[in-house]
Ligand binder design. Sequence first.
Ligand code: AMP
Ligand code: MG
Length: 353
Amino acid sequence: MSSQPSARSATNTLRISAILCALFVSLPEVAAEEELQRFEFQRIRMGIPVSLTVYASTQESANEATNAAYARLKQLDQLLSDYDDDSELMRVCKGAAVGVPQAVSPDFWLVLQRAQQLAGETDGAFDVTVGPLVKLWRSARRSRTLPAPDRLAAALSRTGYQKLRLDEERQTVTFLQTGMELDFGAIAKGYAADEALRILRERGLHRALVAVAGDLVAGDPPPGRSFWRVEIEPLRGGSPHGSSPERIQLVNGAVSTSGDAYRFVEIEGVRYSHIVNPRTGIGLTTPCSVTVFAKTGIAADSLSTAVAILGREAGSRLLEKHPGTEMYFVESQSGDERRTTTTPGWAALRTPD
Ligand code: AMP
Ligand code: MG
């Protein structure tokens, strides 16, 4: 079982570290840019570390912009968290009466609509109605025993994206089944990172990098550089990425890693992931690490989880329908062997060193 200190922090342990690239000086810098200084901040939001790295002319302007970004993240946490009993997500689920539409906030709507779209595209492999199953597996992680078959069947009966109705015009959601619980754990971090970057840009800080645990969203590169350099951390218990870590370049784009590096439970020699197959109700059993590059955080986050569930072949096919996305998929084979699959455009993302 994962040795993370708590389920909450374990949920989102930092898997990608971002460091500045000092290799390439390709952008002609204007005088004002030379005076930009680098500022780094880290605070806990959504129960996980959120890092903001910005270039600003003064400490004051960096503080002002990052405070606003952190405030926005706090607001999103209050809407989308399944750990906070008072969040909009929890209120919507608890207050749901079967067949009665409930109005939701614009942020909630945006995330739910994107999730439902992806659920349709993946034939329900990605499904934010997995809440009852995820909770069952959380207690399996604590007790190290498999969920009882009757409880698994009950949770499965309360799962299914087709048991939700969305009304586009009124921005309402209707539950068609009792006891449904939504879980935005696979998509909200990426959206939150997008929003934090948007706030920083609005305040004039375009050279910025947001890291919501393993979900990274980058704006313009640091002064004098042509990209932010991002290193994909290897899985614990050996490097799935081979001896040299994978380093990629990020500019006005996003990258997200999904997999069971940190959250899994091993029962009777089988390793079950925190990512659940909604068709069977069982946590994934093939250890894998999936990194997806996309233009936005919400896309990278949701697609990386979706690809982890679909596997490399169906996952690659899914990404073909999302132009501009790329994938780096590593899965454990027998023993220490690793199998790596990348989409054709991944190589161009690698840093040249
Ligand atoms: P990520 O770290 O982005 O891959 O998200 C993993 C989280 O997504 C889990 O901890 C669950 O909260 C949630 N989740 C698990 N299985 C699914 C699934 N099949 N579809 C959507 N979300 C899921
Ligand atoms: Mg995700």
